[in-house]
Design a protein around this ligand. Sequence first.
Ligand code: NAD
Length: 440
Amino acid sequence: MNHPAIEQPADIVARLRATFATGRTKPVEWRTGQLRRLRAMLTERGADLAAALHADLGKSGTEAYRTEIDFTIREIDHTLDHLEEWLRPEPAPVPAHLGADATAWTQYDPLGVVLVIAPWNYPAQLLLAPLVGALASGNAVVAKPSELAPATSAALAELIPAYLDTDAVAVVEGGVPETTALLAERFDHIFYTGNGTVGRVVMRAAAEHLTPVTLELGGKSPVFVDQGADLDVVANRLARGKFLNAGQTCVAPDYVLTDPETAASLEAALVRAVQAVFGTDPAESPEYGRIVNERHFDRLSALLGSGRVAVGGDSDRTAKYIAPTVLADVDPESPVMREEIFGPILPIVTVTGLDEAIGFINDRDKPLALYVFTESDATRARIAAETSSGGLGYGLPLAHLTVSDLPFGGVGESGMGSYHGRYSIETFSHRKAVLDKPLG
Ligand code: NAD
């Protein structure tokens, strides 16, 4: 960091702030131009990013494109299609005491220089999708990829300056010291994705400058499986959602709550589903990813003993491989139930029914996502009314975050603020109130 050739955080922010002050980032043409350049980066150099994602997380090409590269392209296209409409000033009714000639409206102003800090699990998507919103809102951006996905971080640090306006977008690589140095600077917004411990560090640093934050955090996202649900469908969807990216997904189903009778049949269905999706030896499946590093491998290995292994359970430290694993008869007090799993282990915890499931969920931190498999409208309604979570998925895990017109974000311990589509404009802009009373 002290090498004279490397630009210091204060200089980077000053340089970007100077660009912002010229007004260059504000016209919609600059914004859409940058989005098109970002799109070109993804289409022309997607293969480089996919190779980096494979190196960091063993992601298959299919998964890299589906969940990171094409995902971001869709977000760009949706934004390009709607940006002018989203930016249109919105009229507000004016009270009578101001006279019939007065008008009022809100308009979106860019914030200035914003900081985006990304995690390692979807290291491209989770840097680039916030970047889309920040650029679409007319900001200059400092982007900090995760050092725990080093190949992707290096690829992004090379590609972003090659495609985007380097006076308005800077990539800063590094870990804790580099991020700490960045956080000492004044930004106009900080968008952080990662864990709650660091989320608190970010929010404390932001408070020094009264900088608003978006915190995209995690936690244990529960699943409730109701009596009478088609368990083969449930198991298939759970297996695909849970074991994507080897379970290292912020909205992955963390654990299953169901009654004892359903649990027994669901367990058998999950065994079949895991074999149908990943084969009898998932270590050989090109579609199955790896754990990011040894530290997380060791943490996860220690959780494998928290219940009876229904399927999986085997692991290989040198390959950072942990099989897609379902644990049955899991005690709610066991280690696997005390922290966010963030890996390919799915515990089944039995409850007497819906009342106990709702109580169980509400006794814990508000989750980022909650998934419910049921045929009952009454169950759906009760879950919606009686629980709080960042998002709620009926019948399908993960997919709500692919709906560009839905806000994506947490509540309570799972985060604050949201983004995607027009919600990114809300996040990365100031909604300015304007009143116009003619002088005549
Ligand atoms: P991580 O370790 O890559 O950390 C995230 C970022 O924080 C990195 O850029 C890292 O450099 C930075 N960082 C780490 N320690 C820091 C410190 N002391 N000070 C300043 N910056 C620091 O990723 P992670 O936190 O392990 O990510 C996993 C967590 O993120 C899980 O809890 C997961 O649920 C959550 N997550 C949430 C979302 C979401 O969209 N809500 C998405 C993905 C992951």
